[in-house]
Design a protein around this ligand. Structure first.
Ligand SMILES: CC(C)(COP(=O)(O)OP(=O)(O)OC[C@H]1O[C@@H](n2cnc3c(N)ncnc32)[C@H](O)[C@@H]1OP(=O)(O)O)[C@@H](O)C(=O)NCCC(=O)NCCS
Length: 178
């Protein structure tokens, strides 16, 4: 396997919001066109990547947004947050997206490692996430990163759409990284 240089990670600033929204659309269309029914990508992007909403989110101290660069190329981003769980709060990797032309170079791994470090700093011993059951690319990556499947969920998101996901978790506590 070729060794790629690690990406540079940087916070997401207000002036980055349009580029992050555009990057999300680029990645979603590549990743989800064959997985989601027509209309669901536009519906979900409008919910999640509206510029005002993104601006509010990057200013929220309870959400950890980070972007990854290869040189000047904005190659991906991630967002983590603390979420209420059935048995207490959990640290969730809520977004993990890498540009199709920059995938399989370790950027996803670097963003997950960053989320793990943030989770540890916040006092958590595991990272959880939700992934579409048909998203084999992401499922393979998560398995490589050390996530295991914990549950299966179907969530009504309105508009006649559902999210059909696995909940996965990665435990750390023995110095395991990313
Ligand atoms: C899932 C995703 C974040 C992985 O990021 P990445 O930077 O490409 O992954 P990495 O370079 O860290 O690869 C880690 C491992 O994942 C697996 N993997 C990554 N892309 C893969 C692909 N296209 N096909 C098969 N396995 C793949 C490989 O096992 C890889 O390790 P290897 O290259 O040593 O074999 C990226 O593919 C992506 O953004 N996909 C589209 C959006 C998405 O589905 N996000 C997740 C939402 S829950």
């Amino acid at each position: 396997m070729p060794d790629f240089p690690p990406p540079d990670l940087a916070p997401i600033l207000p002036e980055d919001v349009p580029a992050i929204a555009a990057l999300a659309r680029r990645i979603w269309e590549d990743a989800y066109s064959s997985l989601l029914p027509p209309g669901q990508i536009d519906y979900m992007l409008a919910q999640r990547y509206d510029h005002d909403r993104l601006l509010a989110e990057i200013g929220n101290p309870q959400k950890w947004w980070v972007q990854a660069f290869l040189g000047d190329f904005r190659a991906g981003f991630a967002c983590s947050e603390i979420q209420a769980g059935e048995s207490g709060p959990e640290f969730k990797l809520d977004k993990l997206y890498v540009h199709p032309e920059a995938q399989r170079r370790g950027i996803g791994r670097a963003l997950v490692a960053h989320a793990v470090e943030t989770a540890k700093e916040q006092g958590f011993d595991r990272l959880i996430l939700a992934v579409n059951k048909q998203n084999t690319r992401a499922l393979q990556a998560y398995a490589r990163y050390g996530f295991t499947r914990r549950a299966s969920t179907v969530t009504d998101i309105g508009g006649g759409y559902v999210m059909d996901d696995y909940i996965m978790e990665k435990r750390f506590g023995c110095g395991n990284q990313g």
